[in-house]
Design a protein. Structure first.
Length: 419
């Protein structure tokens, strides 16, 4: 039996769902296929998906090629038109056991009498988020607690790939985390598309802070809990209390900021203004001195002037950001922003480079400040790990993987700490 070849593009949630698909495919007995889990966040992501499909088809001659993920959901016809593609499956369908059972060959024809495209209306999906798996990740476990998004930022195609927001009930999440701790995981990361919307569709409308507190209370043996990207304007009171009082909640937050200019934020249809972002960072830092922030920032959004861009550049210092994810603006067909007056390509590229340089300066300041400190490091590989602040560390000798060790930070190489 030749197991399927899986390729994942895009976000951590996609990687999580690829692990779930591996389980579903194995249970169904799918053999010898190529499965590409695509991303749709930018036009470049779709181009890379096509490139990956062609590469894998060349490397696996004769293998059926199954394409799924956000790009398959938002533009199935694009992939169905590719000669290399055997089947296109939507984001909801990819998490269903019946879908994979239907891909097992019946006679010589891989897809039998089925249609080439199996992509339904993702907006009609109401059930809670995806397939739960135990232990995605070798050293830290990622747990999907939410999927989809109810917001409609003008640059973003993701709600049309993921559907509306839906949450995994707290009891289910807690039980999964208990099993992960029993299996030896020392760190769990809560993940989702719009994490701070968790609970809005559940009875009583609990909030993310309630979930965090419940996990920490009911799984006392969990050493470290981390939350992935959040929308700072939606951070609830209980989450802020957890930041202030729970040392097992890691002091690192990745913020979906996107821009630092109020006019651009309004044109993006974001729910916060510049001062809201700064105020959140100041409040969180008062509650948890030393907390570090990462952020997503888009360079060259339509109509962005040089002065507007400077406001985004200044936001790095005004919020005290440490880790930047910089995205050069890329128009996505079907989004309102794609119809707005565009910034010239060279200007977008130049602004993205300046943002990355600013981000590197901020990272260097953080690395310098860490030298001489004692840090609890989760060992991710024999000679690599991450601190509580999610800062990468390199060791001068092998360490036992999956353990948390208190190490002395001796220096850095401009990108990572040394211990």
């Amino acid at each position: 039996m030749k197991p399927p070849v899986f390729a994942t593009l895009g976000c951590r949630l996609n990687a999580y769902e690829t692990e779930a698909m591996k389980e579903l495919a194995a249970a169904a007995g799918v053999e010898g296929a190529v499965v590409v889990n695509t991303c749709a966040v930018t036009a470049e992501a779709v181009r890379k998906a096509k490139q990956e499909i062609r590469r894998l088809a060349r490397e696996n001659p004769g293998a059926p090629v199954i394409v799924t993920g956000c790009a398959a959901q938002t533009e199935p016809e694009t992939f169905a038109a590719m000669a290399e593609v055997t089947k296109v499956i939507g984001n909801h369908e990819k998490m269903q056991a019946d879908t994979w059972a239907g891909l097992v060959p019946q006679g010589p024809d891989f897809i039998g009498e089925t249609e080439k495209v199996s992509v339904d209306d993702i907006m009609s999906v109401k059930e809670t988020a995806g397939h739960l798996i135990d232990g995605f990740g070798r050293h830290r476990a990622y747990v999907q607690v939410q999927n989809g998004c109810d917001h409609r930022c003008t640059f973003c195609i993701i709600p049309f790939g993921r559907g509306n927001s839906r949450s995994v009930p707290a009891g289910v999440v807690v039980e999964q985390i208990r099993r992960l701790v029993d299996r030896g995981f020392n760190e769990v990361v809560l993940t989702g598309v719009d994490l701070t919307s968790w609970g809005a569709d559940l009875p009583g409308e609990p909030q993310l802070g309630d979930l965090v507190m419940r996990i920490l209370k009911l799984v006392p043996d969990l050493p470290r809990l981390r939350i992935s990207s959040i929308d700072s304007i939606e951070a609830d009171e209980m989450l802020m209390q957890a930041i202030a009082t729970e040392p097992r909640l890691m002091p690192h937050l990745h913020l979906s900021l996107q821009a630092g200019d109020d006019m651009i934020l309004k044109r993006m249809k974001r729910r916060h203004l510049r001062d809201d972002a700064i105020r959140f960072c100041e409040e969180a830092r008062k509650l948890r001195p030393g907390i570090v922030f990462g952020a997503d920032i888009i360079a060259g959004f339509p109509t962005e002037t040089e002065a507007m861009f400077e406001n985004s550049l200044k936001l790095v210092d005004d919020c005290g950001l440490t880790f930047l994810h910089v995205f050069p603006y890329s128009a996505r067909k079907g989004t309102p922003a794609a119809r707005m007056p565009r910034v010239p390509g060279p200007a977008i590229k130049e602004r993205a480079a300046r943002l990355r340089a600013k981000g590197h300066e901020a990272l260097l300041r953080h690395l310098e400040a860490e030298v001489g400190q004692e840090r609890a490091v989760l060992v991710e590989g024999g000679r690599a790990g991450r601190t509580e602040y999610f800062t990468e560390v390199r060791f001068d000798r092998e360490m036992p993987e999956g353990t948390i060790l208190t190490l002395h930070i001796t220096g850095h190489d401009g990108e990572k700490l040394r211990a």
